[in-house]
Write a protein that binds this ligand. Structure first.
Ligand code: AMP
Length: 419
């Protein structure tokens, strides 16, 4: 074995799995385009400050998990741990808001967090997500939630749960935070060290705790819905009724609160029962204050991010990937026929057929074995006799039927099968 292996928490995607990845990517690209979203691609490295301001210094992602370094010119750089901050940076840098008052954007690509690896948690993982920048209306929230739901449905996922909440406006959050602090202070001695810290730095993050005793304390405490203004309540009710009218099932979870000041109104998460402890597939929310805080104009926005590895873990094995085109192996056992085999391959590929041509000059038996292994639909066999007679044997592998066809008729033969 080579002394070089993948770095801890990172994985190769091997050919045996790349079909699944490509299939999921196709579903994503197709589905977002049905909703009118356009792809945006940003660099994997950005200035560290962008993430500390865009995600928040007190989050685990920033304080513990970022891959950061000081570059030779003294600039502090990081590998992106998520993509929203980069998209907002790009939106501001290229004045995308001036080009169109509503930008519907989506992205797909790798992210990096130095977390403890486990099933469904890597150090390099892949996210896709959308950001709708420009509208503050509840129908935009409903669109983004329904798009996330639709992609997971199209990927064939079962046993999903959509949790929905609202953190209301800034006014409502502040009142809730005060109430939460007053409620938790008398319980302080029962809190973990990390929650004690959060009580000072970022009390809303305590709601993310996985410790049973803390969950019980929180469950008896104040909930954010008690602090909604009339506008907050109306926005949230409208989002819910739009989702109901689209038959998208959800449950309300008032503890689903994002711990940063930028988040306002709707937050949501989709989890799966099928993948173990790391069960969050997709999470998102409205972040009306982020663009301004990163130096742009005050612009409302909402988005979500989803983890592709976790989605692939949750896709049932039984969901077979549809083969789009027939696969044909050209089994050429006559060296003088290799030139005609090349020409034939080139012609057949114009019919969008997947043509695999032998380049190892192996025996007939070995080439047939290879064709079977690759799940080929047809083989086209050219041996010495066929070469001399300018013919080929065309064999359909699923039932073994075989016929001799003149080489100059093969293109039309497959054309008539294709259309
Ligand atoms: P977040 O940006 O933390 O809200 O994460 C959005 C989604 O990305 C999650 O719901 C997960 O599906 C996925 N995700 C986040 N961190 C990881 C990780 N370390 N490994 C794999 N997937 C992740």
């Amino acid at each position: 074995m080579s002394s070089f292996n993948t770095v801890k928490g990172t994985h190769d995607i091997l050919p045996e799995n790349s079909d699944k990845w490509q299939n999921l990517e196709k579903i994503i690209h197709h589905c977002v385009s049905l909703f009118g979203y356009k792809e945006i691609r940003t660099p994997i490295i950005e200035k560290t400050d962008l993430f500390s301001r865009g995600i928040g210094e007190n989050t685990d992602v920033i304080s513990k998990e970022m891959y950061s370094w000081v570059d030779k010119d003294e600039t502090a750089l990081s590998l992106r741990p998520e993509m929203t901050a980069s998209i907002v940076r790009s939106y501001i840098q290229h004045s995308l808001g001036y080009q169109s008052s509503l930008q519907r954007l989506y992205y797909i690509g790798p992210c990096f967090r130095r977390e403890r690896p486990q099933k469904g948690r890597q150090r390099q993982f892949h996210q896709f997500g959308v950001e709708a920048i420009g509208s503050n209306h509840p129908e935009q929230d409903a669109e983004v939630v329904s798009l996330g739901w639709e992609i997971l449905q199209r990927a064939g996922l079962k046993n999903l749960e959509l949790k929905l909440s609202s953190v209301g406006s800034g006014e409502c959050r502040n009142k809730y935070i005060d109430a939460l602090i007053s409620y938790l202070k008398p319980h302080k001695s029962k809190l973990s060290e990390i929650s004690k810290q959060r009580l000072i730095n970022n009390p809303l993050r305590i709601l993310d705790t996985k410790i049973k005793a803390e969950i019980e304390i929180i469950n008896s405490g104040p909930t954010i819905d008690q602090f909604y203004t009339n506008d907050d309540r109306k926005h949230f009710n409208d989002v819910q009724s739009y989702l109901k009218s689209m038959n998208i099932p959800f449950i309300l979870d008032p503890l689903l609160v994002r711990g940063l000041d930028y988040y306002t109104h709707t937050t949501f998460e989709i989890t799966s029962d099928d993948i173990g402890a790391q069960n969050a597939l997709l999470g998102g929310g409205r972040y009306n204050k982020l663009i301004q805080s990163l130096g742009g104009k005050d612009t409302p926005a909402i988005g979500f991010a989803a983890g592709m590895e976790r989605i692939l873990l949750a896709i049932p094995d039984s969901k077979k990937i549809k083969k789009i085109n027939n696969i044909i192996h050209i089994v050429c056992i006559e060296p003088n026929a290799l030139g005609s085999a090349q020409i034939l391959s080139k012609e057949l590929r114009t019919l969008d057929l997947n043509i695999v041509l032998e380049t190892m000059r192996r025996s007939m038996k070995a080439q047939m074995r290879e064709a079977n292994k690759c799940n080929a639909d047809y083989v086209i066999i050219i041996g010495e006799e066929e070469h001399n007679q300018k013919t080929a044997q065309v064999k359909r592998l699923n039932d073994g039927t075989q016929k001799t066809i003149a080489q100059n008729k093969i293109f039309n033969h497959f054309k008539s099968l294709t259309y």
